[in-house]
Design a protein around this ligand. Structure first.
Ligand code: GUN
Length: 291
């Protein structure tokens, strides 16, 4: 069993971006600028956004963090997006999800200028991705593909089972894994809460992406020998022994699954840091494409 080390590979990606940013500076060009919008004070969202802002600082990107009260109206949030759209210094806009219930994710995502849609959530970005046209690919699926690519895992012809059908991870990774690319070229099954024979399907899988958000859902008896396991879950589970008061748990029961598989991503240190690296790559692309 080999660990797919997202922490290490994301560092390689950020190091490479840092050199490219230094080159832009040498040429007197502008550096990439990410604007992150955080509504409310959800603890996990704060952690993710702070990690994204920190990654910007590490790689020489400019970043702006816009914090808004969770009582903000949808219209005021749409106005903030409108201002970021027209700000010529801003290359990428990220609105951290989830948003408060009174705000429509769809309206907010649709309001982002597609040339700045570094999360790749806009329907036009998704449509392009489906058709294999160059675009911003959502950061988590993009990061997973970069990780498979880095470890030179030949997924051609594999049966991939994706557990979870969210717009952010499950659906886009199913498209990417089935695309005529390398990695890619998988035969993909998407499972969800209504799937009847989930265990049987997982047992057939050469590659499983667990992205349903249920801690330790995927157990050893659901995985065939030598499968590749990508764990997207990262849930805060109360743990009095930790200073923070919680432990981070993936969707995979690591102690049971790891001994059976060929490759596995750990939690933390697997998909999470790769998501950030992919976001940085998207923001760099937004900056370069503009010039
Ligand atoms: N919430 C969970 N994952 C993501 C992500 O990749 N981007 C944004 N904006 N919000 C998220």
């Amino acid at each position: 069993m080999q660990i797919l080390d997202g922490l290490l590979i994301s560092q390689h990606i950020k190091d490479a971006l840092k050199l490219q940013v230094a080159q832009l500076v040498t040429e007197g060009k502008k550096v990439p600028h990410l604007a992150a919008v955080l509504v409310g004070n959800n603890g996990a969202s704060e952690t993710y956004v702070n990690a994204k802002v920190k990654a910007c600082a590490e790689t020489g990107f400019k970043s702006t963090l816009i914090r808004l009260e969770d009582t903000i109206s949808e219209n005021r949030l749409l106005n903030v997006i409108g201002e970021l759209n027209t700000d010529i210094d801003v290359d990428g806009i990220l609105v951290q999800l989830p948003l408060p219930k009174h705000i429509s994710d769809e309206k907010v995502i649709n309001a982002i200028d597609i040339s700045k849609d570094v999360d790749g959530f806009h329907p036009i970005s998704i449509g392009k991705m489906v058709q294999g046209i160059s675009t911003f690919v959502p950061a988590t699926p993009h990061g997973i593909m970069l990780l498979l690519e880095h470890y030179k895992i030949d997924t051609r012809g594999m049966h991939a089972v994706v557990v979870g059908r969210s717009n952010i991870v499950g659906r886009p990774i199913s498209i990417l894994l089935s695309s005529n690319t390398n990695p890619g070229n998988c035969t993909v099954t998407i499972c969800h809460s209504q799937t009847k024979n989930l265990r049987e399907l997982c047992l057939q899988a050469d590659l499983i992406v667990a992205a349903l958000g249920k801690p330790e859902f995927l157990t050893g008896d659901m995985v065939k020998e030598n499968a590749i396991i990508i764990d997207v879950g990262i849930t805060r589970v109360p743990d009095a022994s930790k200073k923070s008061g919680f432990a981070l748990k993936g969707d995979v029961k690591f102690s049971e699954v790891a001994p059976k598989c060929s490759y596995i991503t750990p939690v933390p240190g697997g998909v999470g840091p790769m998501t950030i690296a992919a976001l940085m790559k998207n923001t760099f692309k937004a900056c370069i494409d503009k010039n």
